[in-house]
Design a protein around this ligand. Sequence first.
Ligand code: AMP
Length: 603
Amino acid sequence: MERIIGIDLGTTNSCVAVVEAGSPQVIPNKGGYKTTPSAVAITDSGRRLVGQMAKRQAITNAEHTVYAAKRLIGRKWDSSEVRHCIETCPYEIIQGPHDDARIKLRGKEYSLPEISSIILQEMKIVAEDFLGEEPEKAVVTVPAYFNDNQRKATKDAGRIAGLDIIRIINEPTAAALAYGFGKDLDATVAIYDLGGGTFDISILDIHEGVFDVLSTAGDTFLGGEDFDARIIEHLAFEFAREHRVDLRNDQMALQRLRDAAEKAKIELSSMDETEISLPFIHSMDNGEALHLQTTLSREKFEELVIDLVQRTIKICQATLQESGLEVEDIDDVILVGGMTRMPRIQQDVADYFGKPPSKQVHPDEAVALGAAVQGDALVEGRGDVLLLDVTPHSLGLMVHGGGFEVLIEANSTIPTSHSHIFTTVRDGQTSVKIVVLQGESERAEQNELLGEFVLSGLRHAPAGEVEIEVTFEISADGIVSVHATDMETGKKQSITVTATSGLTEDEIEAMISENEDYLVELKRSEELESQRDRIRKSIREVEKLLANGGADTDLVAKLKDRAADVVAGARNCLDSGDADSLASAGEDLEKLLQSVRAAVQSI
Ligand code: AMP
């Protein structure tokens, strides 16, 4: 039976779920945890570490450990978000070939989809261990406010990981699916989703199994990371005032500060005050060690971040207005994302909506569960969940003079399409350049450039005579595509939207094969390591049996001579990377071991 997994690819943590026997459930990882840190590291030997393993070594390998990569995916190199990350991240962010950002780890450049693919692959393995077979298809969630470039980049990540992302759905919508699963609801709900890196708010109407998104809004650069950053700034500022040392210049100290800030933030969700203790955080030129020892109160923390909380409430106001509803029309408010455990957020959301938020969904698990529900509904033959989502951004074109003409308004239900007729403006004009943008500004250059293309080969004719119909489509994934038809001949023009960021098809193919090679090599080295382990174990057993073998009979003496040779040979092989010689050393040892066991038993 085909099973489609649901993956919440989060900024801080990721989670995978599947529908089993009709009910969605989260799949724990090998460590028994239901979420896996979205961290990737490359060790000095070139090995990839993912999840908890990567997070654990972040302090000592800060420059080669990537966290919060989702904040960079699908972004332009010259964007303010990339600039912000360059200033604050310990890993090196460099300019990619398509105006994109890339990350350099141990001398090798990684695109953002590649980094995300490593996390997706880990989640795929978590699911595979549970299902007993390799999952091929997945529904993956993204922040509702992700634009086309960010969505495409996420889909590319799936391809590199060998996972067919059959549908991308918005995180708050997924949470609503989890909330409404198995209930016969007739309600209007608001989903407030504040995670590690992004904020989304969606208003949905749930009625007779139809999940109809009325409006959505958000900020793809507002989340737990920003709350942590305020604590880091505060601690670094206080430390600099006392010791005249800026801890942020030292990557290891900064990583320790980062961990301590997040821990303090989490503790302040349940306590009024927390201790922050970072001994030996800096050593002076004269050898004197400096320690960071302080307390942070919930009140002070709230003061440091209150503008961030208020920003989320302003976005709630805007999206409610967009949906044409009043706060009284909202039946239930659902909180999703780890940051919503912060009491001040719960309070401010309750104050704004005039009711306490529902506790019915798990803030860390709801999104993956909803993705699994959608995946299950997409399996052929089933389909009792109908999802009507919206596009978060307006789609349009650059027009003469640098203006922006909207073709599909923000909050239009998807999938949707819009056609536009282009005519030539000059006599004899044989080509038209079309610039596709997404955003809300009236000025083209302030919106996100999705791509540009040239319609060429037009008939030589007076201005205005040649007509080309161009159709812009937004799929159920929120992804844009474009087709053109020559109105005169009915001939379809195929249009390739030049990738303005992200990856070309050739690059994706190369990354897929590089990833496959890496996995083959990884499997080979894991097999060699387990062969080595077996040899070491056999050597220990032979030596132990012969040492404790009791009487020194002739047989035992002979075996000791033979053992010395076989063990020496096996030890020589241990350093080799050659599977065949390890296998033959293993066989020799096994034969020896059988003889030794028999000899010792016969005494
Ligand atoms: P998510 O992306 O939903 O996994 O949310 C992760 C964010 O939630 C991170 O910034 C965490 O530090 C934050 N977080 C997790 N637990 C808590 C808590 N108890 N109080 C405040 N923030 C938390």
